[in-house]
Design a protein around this ligand. Structure first.
Ligand code: DQA
Length: 142
């Protein structure tokens, strides 16, 4: 099974950025843990701070991968373009967030991704990504 994690702006700074909210682990270290835990999954990772690059990646993988785990970060709350891309492609998308965006500022309560997503996992720290992968793995087994 081929899955990809697509991370949006500032998520390249995980481990250094607002560690009280996002934790102290870098995404690279976390990604290695995920690869170790899910050996049966062909797991890829892409990060960009640029909206159009995120849309290009969704279009590129969105007809061949089995699942996309998307943390569009701040673009979640602003990008109709990324929301439209999620609706346009065939590969199911699970929206994830590290923090519980509903406990934060009002502008983080809106998502342009959720309407087109298969599901949304919010607020479990980095474990949100793991739960999303598990959902794809479990679905494949049924
Ligand atoms: C985030 C939540 C967003 O509101 C924020 O802009 C991020 C990270 C999260 O994973 O908790 O950059 O998507």
């Amino acid at each position: 099974m081929k899955l990809i994690i697509i991370n949006g702006p500032n998520l390249n700074l995980l481990g250094k950025r607002e560690t009280d909210i996002y934790g102290e682990l870098s995404f690279d270290d976390f990604f290695s843990e995920l690869q170790f835990k899910f050996k049966e999954v062909e797991l890829a990772h892409f990060q960009s701070n640029i909206e159009g690059e995120l849309i290009d990646k969704l279009q590129e993988v969105g007809y061949s991968y089995d699942g996309i785990i998307l943390n569009a970060a701040a673009y979640t709350h602003t990008s109709i373009g990324i929301g439209d891309a999620v609706k346009a492609i065939e590969t199911p998308v699970v929206e994830v967030h590290i923090s519980n965006t509903f406990q934060r500022e009002d502008y983080r309560h809106q998502s342009y991704i959720a309407q087109g997503a298969k599901g949304v996992i919010v607020g479990f720290g980095l474990q949100s990504y793991e739960l999303a992968i598990q959902s794809f793995v479990a679905q494949k087994k049924t």
